[in-house]
Design a protein around this ligand. Structure first.
Ligand code: T1G
Length: 653
């Protein structure tokens, strides 16, 4: 084994057949920290000067090539050499530099690779320039070099969406030159040797293939519509669309744009969300707690939620046993699940082999005892306390005592369900959001008695289901619905005080919500909330302000979009302001002797955001939510709060 040359704490190299193999080892993701940049620049200088060295290979240690620039360095004073300088040295080197992509090459990591003279990917490599997801644009040549390799339209699609692509697509696009089917480093060394003495393809010098302006317009328009007013995607499109200009000019514009966007509130919010998502599964007291093994998941109730949960579990590789009340209901549940899998097959999300494997791991039954092999059982039956308690008492007899029991209830008290079972320590809540096979958010409800290893196991299952788990304590509506109720209440106060549903919805949509509150309300239907209000009527505190407008709508049969009328009217399905609703609201104001006043969008926004934040503070004070950033994640991933605003707790400052 040839000797190792150390260039910095995180960059070292060995020499094989005259090729300097440079390895970046900066756990956890080989981010291009100041030490990595220093080590790389030293290795490049060493190679350029070293007569015995005829070429270089750059690769990463572990499962990542380079996960990007070090986001943790943002906002700190710059430390030379900066990444663009290192990248320009790579591209200008007189000797061949081959990128050996052993794993994720993202952001600055892909920009390093783009400046190399040849790129080889391992079959599992992932590539992308996801900077727009952080509210910025690539800042080290990505918007200028990528179009030189794959053309402007394809570069716009990849960079303005921020999506990650796999090795196969990267090869077909022309981002990488080869996929190593054998040892990546051997293949890379061989490639470098073949390049010695040949004219080097310097990406920055490549001409850009001409593109049809109509195609550029089409791909841009689609992406910018989705970006809903965010700055970074629009700036990325501008930089790529103008990348035919001299490289130096483009790089300077790109760097200035990157630096400006990096200081924007949008970028600060998106960085907050990035780190929040990685904090959320770090639960105090769970360090070192060993999780149980889960291979088989039982799902009770194969309706909309249960079948969605089943599809998520099958997609994560679990064996699924579905239980319903009768063989016919169980069979209907199977059909519903298979129907969802067929949709995944048709959309290309699933290939035929995957479809067959997943359906083979699914069985359904109406017999409790068939759940005996389950390591975890999730119930998604009718949201009634007696029904759930009865089911859990039956399951106590049907499954192993160390199998976990999870309730998907949205509003019932899981502590009461747990208390009715033989082993409360194995009970918790797993509150999925509909559609359960698509929505990332999963509220993990920690009951009073939930054992630590049951919680740890559930967090592992959530991660494998590719969910975003947020642990919550027991309270009515947990984190999300409690905050939703609070700002719905505030919105109804605003109605009584003088605003109208479309004023409030316009303010929320203008802030960045995909849909206003009342439009969402109509889509979800008004009757469930109405039934809950009627249940609560007897115990409602008479001194608390209560708005009866929604009750009047329901009494008038206005139950939402499904009934053709709710907060809006829906002639031919189109949401329309309905004077009848305005009249109902005005009658309620009169009844309460309220003189209506007008509200600016700004005021509506502040009142609603204020209500969310106040409820969030209460959840923190009660110990229901562990951290403010968890509350942000719930509202972003479950209730449409705009990601680029960071969530209600971040937005309030
Ligand atoms: N900088 C600093 N820390 C990072 C990081 C980064 N780029 N990426 C991840 N981490 C931390 C993360 O916070 C967590 O920390 C740990 O690493 C594991 O992360 C110039 C300016 C690479 C696919 O946007 O997508 O390049 O919680 O749980 O699931 O144009 O991390 O352990 O303390 O996500 O194996 C562009 C971001 C940056 C990619 C690995 N790059 N990272 O996933 O691990 S901007 C990105 C990821 C840029 C240039 C611009 C993923 C991953 P902790 P993890 P993972």
């Amino acid at each position: 084994m040839s000797e190792v040359t150390t260039f910095s704490a995180t960059v070292s190299a060995t020499t094989r057949n005259g090729i300097l193999v440079v390895t970046i080892d900066n756990p956890p993701v080989n981010a291009t920290s100041a030490d990595v940049r220093l080590g790389l620049s030293r290795a490049l200088a060493h190679a350029e000067a070293g007569g015995a060295i005829s070429g270089l290979v750059i690769t990463g240690a572990g499962k990542t090539f380079i996960g990007g620039a070090d986001i943790k360095e943002f906002g700190k004073p710059p430390v030379e050499p900066m990444l663009p300088d290192v990248i320009e040295t790579i591209e200008a080197l007189s000797k061949p530099v081959v990128a050996a992509l052993n794993g994720a090459a993202l952001g600055g990591g892909l920009e390093v690779a783009l400046a190399c003279h040849y790129r080889i990917a391992s079959p599992t490599a992932q590539l992308g320039l996801p900077e727009v997801k952080l509210g910025i644009v690539p800042g080290a040549g990505g918007t200028q070099r990528l179009p030189r390799l794959i053309g402007i339209p394809a570069a716009i699609e990849l960079i303005a969406s921020g999506r990650i692509t796999k090795a196969g697509e990267a090869l077909s696009l022309g981002i990488v030159d080869e996929i190593a089917e054998t040892d990546l480093i051997d293949v890379a060394i061989d490639a470098a040797q073949k390049l010695v003495g040949t004219p080097l393809r310097r990406t920055g010098e490549l001409a850009i293939a001409s593109a049809d302006p109509a195609e550029i317009e089409k791909v841009s328009a689609k992406l910018l519509a989705k970006a809903r007013g965010q700055k970074a995607p629009a700036e990325a499109v501008r930089l790529i669309a103008s990348s035919h200009r001299p490289l130096g000019e483009g790089l300077a514009d790109e760097r200035a744009t990157f630096l400006a966007l990096r200081e924007s509130p949008e970028a600060a919010a998106l960085r907050h969300v990035f780190f929040a998502e990685r904090e959320t599964s770090k639960i105090a007291g769970l360090e070192g707690v060993e999780a149980r093994q889960v291979n088989t998941i039982g799902i009770c109730g194969l309706g909309l939620m249960g079948s969605g949960i089943a599809v998520a579990a099958l997609g994560a590789g679990y064996t699924v046993i579905g239980l319903d009340q009768t063989p016919e209901a169980a069979e209907k549940g199977r059909e519903r699940i298979i129907g969802l899998l067929e949709r995944n097959l048709a959309s290309g999300r699933l290939d035929r082999a995957g479809f067959d494997a997943q359906t083979a791991r699914l069985s359904v039954t109406a017999t409790d005892a068939d759940l005996a092999p389950c390591d975890l059982v999730i119930e998604a039956v009718f949201d009634d306390l007696d029904v759930k308690i009865d089911l859990f008492r039956r399951l106590d007899k049907a499954i192993r005592s160390d199998a976990i029991l999870a309730t998907n209830t949205s509003y019932l008290n899981p502590d009461e369900i747990a208390a009715a079972t033989q082993h409360p320590g194995r009970v918790l809540g797993l509150h999925f959001f509909s559609p359960a096979h698509l929505m990332r958010l999963l509220e993990v409800v920690r009951c009073k008695e939930t054992a630590p290893d049951v919680l740890a196991t559930s967090l592992n299952v959530a991660k494998r289901l590719r969910k975003l788990p947020v642990v919550t304590g027991v309270t009515e509506g947990f984190i999300g619905n409690r905050i939703f109720s609070a700002y719905r209440r505030e919105a109804e106060f605003l109605l009584e005080d003088g605003a109208l549903p479309h004023d409030i919805d316009a303010a929320l949509e203008d802030y960045g919500f995909p849909m206003g509150l009342f439009a969402v309300y109509d889509m979800a239907g008004l009757e469930i909330a109405w039934a809950r209000r009627k249940r609560q009527a007897a115990t409602r505190d008479p001194s608390e302000r209560y708005v009866e407008i929604a009750d009047r709508l329901c009494e008038a049969g206005r139950l939402g979009q499904k009934s053709g009328r709710g907060w809006y009217a829906y002639p031919d399905g189109k949401r329309t302001v309905d004077p009848e609703v305005t009249a109902i609201i005005e009658a309620e104001r009169t009844k309460k002797h309220i003189t209506p006043r007008s509200f600016s969008q700004e005021e509506i926004e502040q009142r609603l955001l204020g209500a969310m934040a106040a409820e969030g503070e209460a959840l923190l004070a009660e110990g229901i939510a562990a951290r403010a950033s968890d509350i942000d994640l719930v509202m972003i991933n479950g209730y449409g709060f705009p990601t680029h605003k960071g969530g209600p707790m971040f937005a309030k400052g």
